[in-house]
Design a protein around this ligand. Structure first.
Ligand code: PLP
Length: 394
């Protein structure tokens, strides 16, 4: 229930997702009597080790790689850090990294850290639809480039980068490519072996698994230096494995494989219905980002004349959860770096909202949200015209 005792309508599935009851069921034995350490040699340990290996196979099937090419991590951010730090540590003469201006904060903060350590980062720009200029990518790669690291699907707009074409360029230039596929996995069909990429990061909690588990694909021919040292995961990631979450992640991957097609068309149908209703009923509402080359579940909309923070509060009063095109840190509101990189003004970034649908959303929820959002926007516009305070919805 929301603060106002309204049923929750969760339209923020790019932030995290509800745990699937089948995933929870797959996790429970490993939180109960099956508490062995997968590194132990007796049966209790072997059961846990077998559960970890089953999950590795399930996830390998989801992304189209060999199970031995996957290591488990604690989250997508750890996978990203591990891939990038490994790639830059291989040759001390390669001190240049190519990325984009619209990456997730895990990549941005890491690249900023590398800059302070003497690396040079090329931040590729995007156009007003959020698309990357591939010619510019080709020109950015140099003899001292250690890695190209790019998103597959943008978490804010859902806009997709053309990973196949990007991989063709990086392979031609013989530079490793890391793909942040945290938002893409489970929503799009993908096969890393066909793509010929070197690293791919994924995260359980975007896939109806709990927070705190991720995985990193490392191409079998790629050299890898662990970030977290220890004997587990074939000495590629130290730390006793989080067996229950890994088992859940495996189940989530199995479910994603089994239902990928129907899930993504259901998501697209809900998203498109909602988006069309809003664009038709809210004067001046506009889509941020490419309408076709994007995730099936995401819409990012600009509503002239409002502040997104106020909209989030009013929508929360009605039980609707979504995200703003801005982030609030220490009391100040920063416009989204993604929308800014697409050339939008601070004002447009501050008046944008992201709605991201998930497989547990229903058509009734979509209709309810499509009716409430225009009311909230109208209320905010009225209150900003009279200059008065925003009146919270009943
Ligand atoms: N990359 C993208 C595109 C994301 O959306 C996120 C999470 O929002 C991450 C990386 C980080 O994943 P995690 O929350 O598992 O660290």
């Amino acid at each position: 229930m929301s603060a106002n005792n309204q049923p929750i309508i969760y339209l923020d599935n790019n932030a995290t997702t509800k745990v699937d009851p089948l995933v929870l069921e797959a996790m429970l034995p490993w939180l109960g009597d099956e508490y062995g350490n997968p590194s132990s040699v007796y049966s209790l340990g072997k059961h846990a080790a077998a559960a970890v290996e089953t999950a590795r196979q399930q996830i390998a099937r989801l992304i189209g790689c060999a199970p031995s090419e996957l290591i488990f991590t604690s989250c997508g951010s750890e996978s990203i850090n591990s891939a990038v730090l490994s790639a830059v540590s291989i040759d001390p003469d390669k001190t240049h990294v190519v990325t984009s201006a619209v990456e997730h904060s895990a990549t941005i903060k890491l690249c900023e850290h590398l800059t302070r350590r003497g690396y040079e980062i090329t931040w590729l720009p995007v156009d007003s639809l959020g698309a990357l200029d591939l010619e510019r990518l080709g020109r950015a790669i140099r003899p001292d480039t250690a890695l190209v690291t790019l998103l597959w699907a943008n978490n804010e707009t859902g806009v997709l980068f053309p990973v196949e074409e990007i991989a063709r360029i990086t392979n031609r230039c013989k530079v490793p490519l890391h793909v942040d596929a945290v938002q893409a996995v489970g929503k799009l069909p993908l096969s890393v072996n066909d793509l010929g990429i070197q690293f791919l990061s994924l995260s359980g909690h975007k896939l109806h698994c709990p927070k705190g588990v991720g995985a990193l694909y490392i191409n079998g021919r790629m050299r890898f230096t662990p970030w977290l040292r220890g004997s587990q995961e074939n000495s590629r990631r130290g730390g006793t494995q989080n067996v229950s979450s890994i088992a859940g992640f495996g189940k989530a991957a199995e479910l994603a494989v089994a239902h990928l097609k129907e899930n993504s068309s259901h998501l697209e149908m809900m998203r498109d219905r909602f988006e069309a209703a809003i664009l038709n009923s809210v004067p001046g509402a506009e889509l941020n980002g490419d309408k076709t080359k994007r995730l099936p579940n995401t819409t990012n909309l600009a509503f002239e004349g409002i502040e997104s923070e106020g909209a989030l509060m009013l929508l929360d009063e009605r039980g609707i959860c979504c995200s703003a095109g801005s982030a609030c840190t220490s009391g100040s509101v920063h416009p989204s770096h993604v929308l800014k990189a697409m050339g939008f003004s601070n004002h447009r970034a501050r008046s944008s909202l992201r709605f991201s649908f998930g497989r547990f959303n229903t058509d009734e929820q979509v209709d309810f949200a499509a009716a409430v959002v225009p009311e909230v926007i109208a209320k905010l516009r009225r209150s900003s015209q009279v200059g008065g305070p925003v009146i919270m919805a009943a």
